[in-house]
Design a protein around this ligand. Structure first.
Ligand code: KG4
Ligand code: ZN
Length: 363
């Protein structure tokens, strides 16, 4: 099938990324990723236990050229039909760098420029990777996001749940920092949890209202830090086993809260759209095997199928931005004003939530 070739640019958090994606003319996936470059920054932020906005902004400004030039080695600009760039939400320094570069390229080439909501990029990834039809339910869980959203069509997103404080990946990172395990926290906490006893410490499951989609991970993190402090006081320090058990207990609590809320959201989704649909998961925390197993259970119970894009497309990347740009180009749904926005909710009808993340809006 004929397709549009879209250049995507992403620089809203701590990955500088460019990609070229071919989007079939009927707007249905899967798409073809022709070229991609992701220049991560974990090494730059590791010593700080989290993303430092100023360092991230400088690194994006320095590396965007390299990422974009890299993908244009495989596909010349003359073969590109449009340029899509993340215009928010995210760290404003990086968003600005990406938008300025994209505006320059668009002005120089005369190509259409499409500003994309980063969360829309994540939300549409299962269409890029697996050709999933609308509607479906998405759980997006990363260092900056925690969102349960009914993806009903292009630009039609209904938020069913979200965190009111920390995102799950952020909580993993903070626990790891508190235990001296380095950054990013998720992978190392998961590794330590493998040999740990998840039942040794009693940690809270903050499900808040049982009949809504609100989540909270900040109390869990604080409870885990208290357990650490108690052990240090009683024993004069932590044994390796203490760290393993605390990681295991923490991971089990996060997975349980996410599973409970996803099951609730899936039931709401099914009420509206019928059963047999897809539950998609995305974001860096989707790498967690305990969480995936819990979500498999939720999907099976709810008569749904779990779809998880390959990890490199679950985490921040530019292919998802290019894909979203392609869908928008084909649907004629392009806002001519590409304005960098640090905050930009996906569901503009939903009431704002309290709390903000280290990476800006989580919902
Ligand atoms: O999607 P991502 O690469 O970047 C954004 O935050 O947007 O997600 C990174 C987050 C980090 O907080 C990291 O600790 C978490 O995902 N993460 C994990 C795992 N791998 C990465 N959390 C739990 N278990 C993992 N295996
Ligand atoms: Zn993201």
């Amino acid at each position: 099938m004929a397709a549009r070739t879209i250049l995507g640019i992403e620089a809203s958090c701590d990955d500088t990324a460019a990609a070229v994606v071919r989007v079939p003319d009927n707007g249905q996936g899967p798409g073809e990723i022709v070229a991609e470059r992701v220049l991560g920054q974990a090494d730059l932020h590791a010593g700080f236990g989290g993303v430092v906005p100023e360092i991230a902004a400088r690194a994006h400004a320095e590396r965007l050229d390299t990422a974009v030039a890299g993908v244009l080695e495989s596909v010349p600009l003359t073969k590109i039909d449009a340029i899509a760039v993340t215009a928010g939400p995210g760290l404003i320094g990086g968003v600005l760098s990406g938008v300025m570069l994209a505006k320059g390229l668009a002005a120089g080439t005369g190509l259409p420029l499409i500003g994309i909501n980063h969360l829309e990029g994540h939300a549409l990834t299962p269409r890029l990777t697996d050709g999933i039809a609308y509607p479906y339910l998405l759980l997006l869980v990363s260092g900056g996001h925690c969102l349960l959203v009914a993806v009903e069509g292009l630009g039609r997103y209904r938020r069913l749940g979200s965190t009111i404080d920390d995102a799950p990946g952020e909580a993993f990172d903070k626990l790891a920092r508190g235990l001296g395990l380095g950054f990013p926290g998720g992978p190392v906490v998961e590794a330590r949890a493998k040999t740990g006893d998840a039942t040794r410490f009693t940690l809270p499951r903050s499900v808040l209202g049982a009949t809504d989609g609100r989540m909270s991970f900040s109390g869990l993190k604080t409870a885990a830090v208290r357990v650490r402090d108690g052990l240090v006081e009683a024993q004069g320090g932590l044994y390796q086993r203490d760290i393993d058990d605390l990681c295991a207990g923490f991971q089990a609590a996060v997975a349980e809260v996410l599973a409970i809320k996803t099951a609730w959201a899936l039931a709401r989704f099914t009420e509206t759209h019928g059963s047999g649909g897809v539950l998609a998961v995305a974001g860096g925390v989707a790498a967690n095997a305990t969480l995936r197993a819990a979500l498999e259970g939720v999907a099976t119970e709810g008569g749904s199928t779990l779809i998880a894009p390959p990890l490199r497309l679950c985490t921040d990347n530019a292919a998802m931005i290019a894909w979203a740009g392609g869908e928008r180009l084909l649907a004629g749904a392009i806002d001519p004003e590409v304005r960098p926005r640090p905050r930009w909710p996906l569901d503009t009808e939903a009431t704002p939530l309290i709390g903000s993340g280290r990476k800006g809006a989580k919902a």
